[in-house]
Each structure stands twice: as C-alpha cells, then as structure tokens.
Design a protein around this ligand. Sequence first.
Ligand code: SAM
Length: 286
Amino acid sequence: MTMATYGRKETKATLSQNRIRIKKHYGQNFLVDKNMLEKIADTAALDERTGVVEIGPGTGNLTTQLVRRARHVLAYEIDEAFIGMLEETFSEERLTLKHGDVLKQDLDADIETHLGDAESIVLVANLPYYATTPIIMKCLEETTKIDRMVVLVQYEVARRLSAVPKTKDYNALSVAIRYRSEHRFAFKVPRHLFMPAPAVESAVIVLKTKREQRLERSLESYFFRLVKASFRHRRKTLLNNLSVFSEHAKDTLEEKMKQAGIHPGVRAETLDLEAFIRLARIMHAP
Ligand code: SAM
C-alpha cells in the first residue's frame, strides 16, 4: 500500500482505502497543502543532527517532510487507526512511533531513549485543537530537553503569545510561555488548506526554550501550578483562587501576597511574570 501524504483528493482516498473515519473529537484537521507542509518543516530548520518530536502524525503528511530532513523522528499518535499505515510507510530507522495520548507520556525518558544521540531536539506538530493548551503547557513544564517548538495552533492561541496583562487573551499559557521561551509568531495558515476546514483561523508559532533556569526544579513546578490555579476562575479574585490551591489560611495568604507587593483584591490577569515569580517564592517558603 502506498500512502498519499498531501492533497485533498489523495488524502480522502487514503482514508477511505484504509477505512479510516475522521474523528473530530481527536482534533483531526489534516493539512493537505504540500507547499505549506514544506514551509512548516523549513521553519523548523532541521538537519541530520536534529531529533524531532511530532505529536499527531495522522496520515503522515507532515511526518514525510520531517523524516526527510531530520536525524530521527519520535511521534505520538492517539488514534490506533493510523498506526498500521504509518508503520508500513516509514522505516523504524527514521521514525519511532508511539501509540497513545501524548499527555500521559514521559517525554524526557522517551527523548533520552529514542533521540539521545541528537544534538538538538525540535518539536514540530499540527496540534489537535482540543488539546493545544495542555500539550504546550506539558512541553513547557515537564521537559527541558526540547530546544524549540514549531507548532501549528489556532490563531487564538497564537495571540496569547504576545498577550500582555490586563487583556482578555492573557492567561496561564501566556505566563508559562514568557517564563520558559522566547517566542515569535511565524505566519498564518488559511483554513482552506485543511481537510476538514476548521472553524477558526490557524497560525504557526515558534518557541525557543530559554537556557537559563530561573527557579530551581521544585520551586519551578510549584510556580507552574500556582499560575494555573491563579487563572482557574477568571472572574474570581487572586485571593479566592489561591485559597482553593494553597494550604495557607486566608489571612496568611493575604499577608504573603502583600509581601510580594500584590493587593489581595486583584485578579490574576493583572499580574506580570515577575509578580508571579515573586509570589511563588514567598508562598513556597516554609
Ligand atoms: N499531522 C497531521 C497533519 O498535519 O495533517 C494531523 C494533524 S491533526 C490536527 C492532529 C493529530 O493529533 C491527529 O492525528 C490526532 O489523531 C492526533 N491526536 C489528537 N489527540 C492526541 C493526543 N492526545 N496524543 C497524541 N495524538 C493526538
């Protein structure tokens, strides 16, 4: 069996030959334009020294571009329907395929095992819409092995990159991205290049991991949890969100917020990265 890797008609034919139904709940919007697939792979600047992590290879259209350019690709696919066809198409030398939910995987261990001899690691993916934020969050929080990420996301997520405090786009992801990476908006991807066309516009973003480790490991993991808890209910005050998250009594919390220079009545969306770092340090201290 040969597999078409791009083109609307070809992708439809491949899916039907293999009796694969498109599963909306897995965010399956296939990018079917060859030029755009190449442009994304080019943006990732891959070569024989680069190891790639791909999330959701699907029909293997982007994977084809990646295996051509990189040393080795490690890919996670949740939908079993694609596993057989991907295994038939790509040699094990070029691609390690893992069947499962990427959110449940140990990325550091897998990168060590399968991409251990690469000089740098790049994540390249057309991310499923329903899980874009948790996937990016996981990659920011749980691994330091990824050097850059080139990801296709809904335009709304791309806007969160540059979102500043006191705007509606600003959220936990904006803070985490700013903490961990230098980021840039690369380009827009029109809806009609996908099959099926998604309801929203898309864009490619590039995140380059910062090398400097500002907080030591256990404080850093506390910082990420604190940021997520702070935005849990947007309309609640920071104090109310944090009193669910923290073991400190409310008046101790108020005291700690004041020590960090934060008024207890404010909402999370008013705090910048530095304020979150100050607050994490003070709240984490015994
Ligand atoms: N790479 C293909 C492309 O560019 O056309 C498909 C991209 S499609 C937007 C998202 C892919 O991610 C689908 O193949 C879907 O089955 C897979 N996927 C969805 N949720 C996933 C998860 N939690 N873990 C791993 N793969 C997932």
